[in-house]
Write a new protein. Structure first.
Length: 131
């Protein structure tokens, strides 16, 4: 009787550990089933017609275990169309005039720009001064 009690106590103490292992096993099996680990792999079998593609199980010849697609264009890549050149846009008058900028440093806020000094014109040589 004492042996049975000891056995029961050891089983009672390990019940928590068993619960964790069961939960862990359920999670691992669920993840394995989610990624398709329990079903056989599918392979693409191109049919002789160019309009149909058949997907079959590796080890099954039954019609209910195959999937047929009508157009292989879903699987293959299609070339992108080249853009057609359009007419060149001509610039028209803008509804708002663009501000014109003057060369030189811009005035600070609240100040008027200072005029630039003008240089005197250079004298042109006259025939009287030439020797």
């Amino acid at each position: 009787m004492e042996k049975v009690r000891k056995k029961f106590r050891s089983l009672k103490n390990s019940k928590g550990n068993m619960g964790i292992l069961v939960i862990l096993g359920v999670v691992i099996m669920g993840a394995f089933a989610f990624v398709g680990g329990f079903s056989p792999h599918k392979q693409f079998v191109p049919s002789p017609e160019s309009e149909t593609v058949t997907v079959k199980d590796d080890n099954s010849d039954l019609a209910k275990n195959s999937l047929q697609l009508r157009s292989p264009l879903i699987i293959t890549t299609t070339p992108m169309p080249t853009p057609t050149p359009g007419p060149t846009p001509t610039p028209g008058p803008s509804p708002t005039p663009r501000p014109t900028s003057t060369p030189g440093p811009s005035p600070t806020r609240g100040q008027t720009p200072t005029p630039r000094p003008t240089l005197p014109p250079t004298p042109t040589p006259t025939p009287d001064l030439v020797n």
